[in-house]
Write a protein that binds this ligand. Structure first.
Ligand code: ADP
Ligand code: ADP
Ligand code: MG
Length: 669
């Protein structure tokens, strides 16, 4: 076994690999860029080597720098994580030349599977069922039309070198193939430096189900069941689970056996994932093979009890797999939520900044569930524009699917992230979505259920009653405490009054206190909308998380003080609450409402960024959909288009200027 390994990655995956290495008694070396000097993976590793500037192209992606770091530290092997150099055969070869072991498959397998066209050819030869399509590069639009006609519509034009959900285009007709082909090719060239594209059948409303495999250098290959990753946004995974609620034993075994056959055909060793799409009739089709550890691997670990990173390290050291196919059983259910620094209310635009507060839920047992949180950040850390916006991967395990989903909902409700925008509200709302809970999902789920993006959800009657109870309990505990500590000051609210009105958004909810204690812990019977609820909590003033019980239900919610009240976040809901006496409520209703400013005549900068270009001039008439300006943020160019026909008024911004979020770029006449 190795004494020391280097992890050629950053963020949560570097931390995750270090944890296993440490448990195995292996010393670890981290590498870091300028932007990651204070990162968690650097702190966790036994040693750390600086490898250059923040830009990945000058640090994490430079193979020679990693090889150098190995030389300097005497690391005998390298775990690449995912992304960066994990699927670069030339990197493995550079390591091999130095006698350093790559903890992953051999270059031959990476090459064979790294290219979508080549891997489909291999899959076909290994009798793996592939998406119907043309096995080869397509040269021009004319050939594309002929092939698409033969496959039947709809079809998908795909970049052979594509990855990360990019480089794909759907065409529903011959015309769309003709229009889209050249663009697909130039996009492929721009994104991947490789313009080869191919065409396959577009499977309508499929599920994405993938098989985890594990192989050693002695010809032993097993499959560790499947993961379903159908909850996707723009072909990128958002939430995953294992097993899949859709597979039966026979389909699982067939997919598993074909995956093993494919792995055997390329002399695969280490962990790998064979991705399939599965149609409504459980026909499954090979998509691609990822020759690395996958982002969502923890759900497989939770249901199989196998540490995939440990097995990767052991296989790289030449050990045999310690189990055979018949030893592998799937136990219970696991769900993963990818927590991203992106604003769900603004079409998931990336958000950067400092984590002023970062309090993930406690890991370990929670009732009959298990919580696992793979993270690479800490409170006070910075989410920078240089890398992936993933903050954490929150996983829950439970004996059944619905319990795992419930546990995930609770864990998300208690996941405190302040300082940047994040998708926790979206994920929390997803956990309550009936279609997801019923397992009736497909890769179009998010597009179908949230066609206009994610908007704040409104509470139903029951949620309203619960939110009123939470707000009132917090307010009473607070008032009671204040009365104890400053008995001369008149408390803002009199904790002994029995009639209250809780304002939630624009609604006023009457609450009558029946009997109980306003101390810590708080224990009170309340009557809300004709129903009696008992409310118990040990919340203390200042806690961002409210844990407690309302009726028989365990509740975790978040509570932040705001001017004259508090903001409550729970189950994807976010509401402002104000606790009032009935008289105050009466007066409150008379207060003039401050309308939000009318921004329909302004083009606002949707995120902090750099103005790349202004495409119009003052006084110009513009049609809906035309480009007004281009703003760059987080290495992405965002084209801002006219939402309706309009006339341009004053232009305030110039190309080259850095703008804050909501800065006025131009006004409309
Ligand atoms: P998984 O299939 O493991 O869920 P993703 O497709 O989400 O993984 O990608 C995993 C990581 O690899 C991400 O950080 C993603 O940005 C990166 N990645 C995947 N393919 C490519 C590619 N072709 N080029 C650049 N980065 C990629
Ligand atoms: P990447 O390398 O970017 O991960 P994949 O080929 O794995 O690319 O596809 C990513 C996602 O795109 C799939 O999970 C699926 O949602 C969608 N997709 C890809 N190919 C097809 C297809 N032929 N029909 C329907 N959806 C597809
Ligand atoms: Mg994929």
């Amino acid at each position: 076994m190795f004494d020391k390994i280097l992890i050629a990655n950053r963020g949560e995956i570097a931390c995750r690999v270090i944890k296993t290495a440490r448990r195995m008694g292996i010393a670890t070396v981290a590498v870091y860029s300028d932007a990651d000097r204070d990162a968690l993976h650097v702190e966790m590793a036994d040693e750390a080597i600086h490898i250059g500037p923040a830009a990945a192209g000058e640090s994490y992606l430079v193979a020679e720098k990693i090889v150098d770091a190995c030389r300097k530290t005497g690391a005998q092997a390298v775990h690449p994580g995912y992304g960066f150099l994990s699927e670069r055969a030339s990197f493995c070869e550079a390591l091999e030349r130095e006698g350093i072991i790559f903890i992953g498959p051999k270059p031959k397998a990476i090459r064979a599977m790294g290219d979508k066209i080549e891997s489909k050819k291999f899959a076909n030869a290994a009798k793996v069922s592939t998406v119907p399509g043309h096995l080869g590069v397509i040269d021009d639009a004319e050939q594309a039309e002929t092939i698409a006609d033969a496959i039947g519509y709809p079809v998908m034009i795909k970049a052979s070198a594509g990855g990360g959900g990019k480089g794909m285009r759907i065409a529903w007709s011959r015309q769309e193939v003709r229009d889209g082909f050249d663009r697909a090719r130039s996009e492929a060239q721009n994104s991947f430096g490789d313009d080869r594209v191919f065409i396959e059948k577009y499977i309508v409303d499929p599920r994405h189900i993938e098989i985890q495999i594990l192989a050693d250098a002695h010809g032993n290959i097993v499959y560790l069941g499947e993961r379903e990753c159908s909850i996707q946004r723009r072909n990128q995974k958002v939430a995953e689970e294992a097993p899949s609620p859709f597979l039966d034993e026979a389909t699982r075994a067939a997919m598993g056996e074909q995956s093993v056959a494919l792995a055997r055909a390329v002399d695969y060793q280490s962990a790998g994932t064979v991705e399939f799409i599965v149609d409504r009739d459980r026909n499954f089709y090979f998509l691609e093979m990822n020759t690395r550890l996958q982002v969502e691997h923890p759900v497989t670990e939770l249901v199989t009890g196998i540490d995939l990173v440990e097995q990767m390290i052991r296989v790289a050291a030449g050990e045999r797999l310690p189990f055979a196919q018949t030893d592998i059983t799937l136990n219970g259910w696991a769900v993963e939520s990818r927590i991203y620094a992106e604003d769900p209310y603004r079409n998931f635009l990336p958000s950067i900044g400092r984590l002023t507060r970062y309090r993930p839920p406690a890991e370990g047992k929670a009732g009959n569930a298990i919580i696992r949180n793979d993270t690479g950040v800490f409170e006070g850390a910075e989410i920078s524009m240089h890398y992936d916006p993933m903050i954490a991967k929150l996983c829950t395990w439970a004996p059944t699917r619905i319990e795992a989903i419930e546990a995930m909902g609770q864990a998300l409700d208690g996941f405190v992230v302040d300082g940047i925008e994040h998708n926790v509200p979206f994920l929390a709302a997803l956990m309550k979505h009936p279609r997801w809970r019923a397992g009736k999902i497909s890769t179009s789920f998010i597009a179908e259920e949230y066609p206009d993006g994610f908007a704040p959800v409104l509470p139903d009657a029951r949620q309203t009653a619960f939110l009123a109870a939470i707000a009132l309990s917090a307010s009473l505990i607070d008032a009671n405490r204040r009365e104890q500590f400053a008995d001369r000051l008149r408390p803002a609210t009199d904790p002994l009054r029995d009639l209250w009105s809780v304002r939630l958004g624009d609604e006023y909810i009457d609450v009558r206190l029946l009997d109980g204690l306003v101390t810590i812990p708080f224990d009170m019977e309340m009557e809300i909308s004709g129903e009696t609820l008992s409310v118990v909590t040990d919340w203390r003033p200042g806690d961002p998380v409210w844990h407690g019980k309302i009726g028989k239900q365990r509740i975790t919610a978040q509570l932040r003080p705001i001017l004259n009240g508090m903001r409550l976040d729970w189950q994807g809901l976010s509401v402002k609450a104000k606790v009032l006496t009935p008289r105050h409520a009466e007066l409150d209703r008379l207060m003039p409402v401050k309308l939000p400013p009318d921004t329909s005549k302004l083009l606002l900068c949707p995120m902090p960024g750099l103005v790349v270009s202004i495409s119009v001039v003052e006084g110009q008439q513009v049609k809906a959909g035309e480009t007004l300006a281009v703003v760059e943020a987080m290495k992405m160019e965002n084209v801002l288009r006219a939402e309706r026909d309009l006339t341009v008024g004053v232009i305030n911004a110039k190309p080259g200027e850095s703008l804050a979020v909501d800065a006025v770029i131009m006004e409309f006449a």
